[in-house]
Design a protein around this ligand. Structure first.
Ligand SMILES: [Zn+2]
Length: 167
């Protein structure tokens, strides 16, 4: 279930390596994925949380799908790879797997060239091109960043006064 919810990719957002593929033999599969504990199953294990019940410790909620390398990585430095960080990774990866499914539909509906042109236009504003003097006030700067994020998320590019520039 953990693997399926992240499309069988590693849940480290900077890794996202595929964890499953074909082996040489006709029906064989190579798997380099690991269902890893967020907080350890055993008392001396990494990020062990004594407040959890045995059932909670074994639950899918306390697990995350990683490649073997990242699984080793998170258990090698518990100060860097905290429970909060791993839960965030898990959430991001689940969302990314859904976006991966939707991406095909997006590609079908738009010419890639048109999309790239649109993205370029989104970033074609003083806040990204020039030094801050053209967005002299912090509020203007914030607004420009916000407008760009909205444009990227909705596909609707607006001018400063709110009228639609491009769809
Ligand atoms: Zn990984």
């Amino acid at each position: 279930m953990l693997a399926n919810r992240v499309g069988w990719k590693c849940s480290n957002p900077d890794c996202r390596r595929e964890t499953r593929g074909a082996a040489t033999e006709k029906e064989d599969i190579i798997s380099i994925g690991v269902a890893s504990h967020i907080t350890a199953a055993s008392k001396r294990g990494p990020r062990y949380d004594e407040k959890l019940t045995a059932q909670e410790r074994a639950s899918a909620e306390n697990g995350t799908w990683l490649c073997q390398s990242c699984s080793k990585l998170i258990d090698s430095d518990v100060h860097r790879y905290t429970v909060a960080k791993l839960k965030k990774w898990k959430k991001i990866s689940e969302e990314m797997s859904t976006l991966d499914l939707e991406e095909v539909a997006v590609r079908k509906n738009h010419e890639d060239k048109e999309l790239i042109k649109f993205f370029v236009q989104c970033f074609d504003r003083p806040v990204f091109k020039d030094r801050i003097y053209r967005e002299g006030r912090m509020e203007d700067f914030d607004k420009a960043i916000e407008d760009t994020i909205i444009a990227l998320n909705t596909g609707v590019l607006r001018t400063r006064d709110g009228s639609i520039l491009k769809n």
